[in-house]
Design a protein around this ligand. Sequence first.
Ligand SMILES: O=c1ccn([C@@H]2O[C@H](COP(=O)(O)O)[C@@H](O)[C@H]2O)c(=O)[nH]1
Length: 274
Amino acid sequence: MTFIEMLRNASAQNNSMLCVGLDPEPSRFPQGMRGDAQKIYDFCAAIVDATADVAGSFKPQIAYFAAHGAEDQLERLMQHMRCNAPHVPVILDAKRGDIGSTAEQYAKEAFERYGADAVTLSPFMGFDSIEPYLQYHGKGAFLLCRTSNPGGNDLQAQRLASVEGQPLLYEHVARQAQGPWNKNGQLGLVVGATYPAEIERVRALAPTLPLLIPGVGAQGGDAAATVRAGLTQDGMIAVNSSRAILYASSGDDFAAAARQAALTTRDALNAARA
Ligand SMILES: O=c1ccn([C@@H]2O[C@H](COP(=O)(O)O)[C@@H](O)[C@H]2O)c(=O)[nH]1
């Protein structure tokens, strides 16, 4: 099954456009685990188990594991998700971008070492930096397009004078991903929930691509505006929330609280469907 089929099936089965983000920060763990980087797997596995029937996708952010030398725990977590939530696709948020030969190694890391269903990529180095990921049949890749952070505009909103019609850089990325770059039919785009007008613009340029939309929850993006701007008949959305779910409680009830936060977010997204 391809990544896009998995995303469609999981979204339908769990009635969910919510992507549960896994950004484990030991200093924010509940009392008995606090500050202990050896507990990253236990913390994340508890969140996965509590949200497996609520999430349309999971998104571990690799930096939160690598910063603690916890890549082995990420491997175990990926295995845990495959066993305990096999219907939910996993998007490895790695934001890789490098020349082709190095990209081959990053693709191997994401899809062979970790067994991710999709990965996030920076398209800044052009198509040859994306191509190695497309060699993996059925695997997905989300290209950064209009990111959720305020500085995203520094480059992404610059006009490309060399391209016909003079689009903004993020508009050009959206067009390339919808068109000539989408060699395996599994490309998607990352667009921030903090910029609903840009989500709408990206959706107009890329009507059938899945959009990964971080920025609701801790970053304050509007869930309803996100759905109205991004969701269409042909275009799926995966709306990510990480900290607001992971740290809904700092007590021993953290997993139950995460589940409740995930349910509330999922229901808010569903309520905004047309
Ligand atoms: O434009 C982007 C691209 C990626 N992210 C990532 O999403 C989560 C957001 O976490 P919250 O706690 O829900 O704010 C995080 O992993 C970012 O690296 C993004 O925020 N914006």
